[in-house]
Write a protein that binds this ligand. Structure first.
Ligand code: CA
Length: 255
């Protein structure tokens, strides 16, 4: 009996530990600029499983347009690329466009010279191919770590509490089970509490660029989430604009 209990307890701890890791990196958007399609697809798949939203570009120019036009938490950049090579990419992004998104260079060129060139051009770190996926993940986590004060771990709306450390949502103390996407959606809305968030913003933050999500998919997810969260409703619809979580949401105390 006791052994079984301990076993269960240990499993639960491991389970939570996995989720804790994931919750830290949740909602991160990464741009991968890599002309080797197979490698690009493998990175995307691996990072997708870790909860990242990943966009791919197969040449320097397309990648550069995305890096300038979209908001990313990190850019993973190959050096030898058609269109625009990696060193130029870094330099132009930093000097001309003033984009400060962290850049992790992936290079087959192991020579010190190339690494130094990349770092001098504005990259933040580099990884030499071939690399282990765990190593890539470790670098990504180091580069995307945000200052603690800007990222509260407990998010609240009235009697609803989302704990990003435990990846747990509770209402009136009772755990609500959510899917990965529902959780990501709720976390995003809570972080924007009081602001109106459009469906397009939700798509950009919760899904990746290639996912081809339509606004009515967002509606469906919001609908499911509302149902799970119960009443009184926490997510408000702002007609013609999007959604918002009411900052003045109060616990109703029926007598
Ligand atoms: Ca290449």
């Amino acid at each position: 009996m006791i052994v079984q209990y301990i076993d269960k307890f240990v499993k639960r701890e491991i389970f939570q530990e996995n989720f804790r890791e994931r919750s830290i990196i949740r909602l991160m958007r990464i741009l991968v600029v890599e002309d080797e399609h197979k490698l690009a697809a493998a990175i995307k798949k691996g990072l997708g499983q870790e909860g990242f939203a990943v966009d791919l570009a197969y040449d320097g120019l397309a990648g550069f347009d995305l890096a300038v036009g979209e908001e990313y938490d990190l850019i993973i950049l190959d050096l030898m690329l058609p269109g625009m090579e990696g060193i130029t990419f870094c330099r132009k992004l930093r000097e001309e466009e003033k984009v400060q998104t962290p850049i992790l260079i992936l290079t087959a060129l192991g020579q010190t010279e190339d690494k130094v060139k990349g770092l001098n051009a504005g990259a933040d770190d580099y990884l030499v191919k071939p690399f282990a996926f765990a190593e890539l993940l470790a670098r990504i986590r180091a580069l995307t770590r945000r200052p603690k004060e800007s990222l509260p771990t407990i998010l609240k709306a009235g009697d609803l509490i989302l704990d990003t450390v435990k990846t747990e949502v509770r209402r009136k103390g009772k755990i609500i089970n959510l899917t990965k996407t529902e959780y990501a959606l709720l976390e995003y809305l809570l972080r924007q509490k009081g602001k109106v968030v459009t469906k397009e913003q939700i798509i950009a933050h919760v899904w990746n660029y290639e996912a081809d999500i339509l606004p009515n998919t967002v509606e469906a997810f919001v609908g499911r989430l509302r149902k799970k969260l119960g009443k009184p409703a926490i997510i408000q619809t702002v007609r013609g604009f999007g959604y918002k979580i009411n900052p003045n949401f109060k616990i109703q105390n029926p007598k």
